[in-house]
Design a protein around this ligand. Structure first.
Ligand SMILES: [Zn+2]
Length: 76
């Protein structure tokens, strides 16, 4: 039986494509449920973050956990 989940970013509107569980781009192993459109946005944001702050575990001022749907530094 397949579990249907809403897109994590559906409040932002603009959802496109099927909602699928994908491993977090932050590398925490958490499964994040997003539609194709919002997953692409999250991917791009993650790439940019990695480029600017390769080894930092401290969130920069502009980092918004609500937008990313992830925590910056997961202790677990
Ligand atoms: Zn969406």
């Amino acid at each position: 039986m397949e579990e249907q989940r809403p897109c994590l970013n559906k409040a932002e509107k603009g959802c496109e494509g099927p909602v699928e569980g994908r491993p977090s781009y932050a590398g925490t192993g958490t499964l994040i449920w997003r539609c194709t459109a919002h997953d692409n946005k999250a991917y791009e944001a993650a790439q940019e973050t990695r480029t600017r702050y390769p080894d930092s575990s401290t969130p920069p001022g502009w980092f918004d956990p609500a937008a990313a749907g992830e925590r910056w530094d997961d202790e677990y």
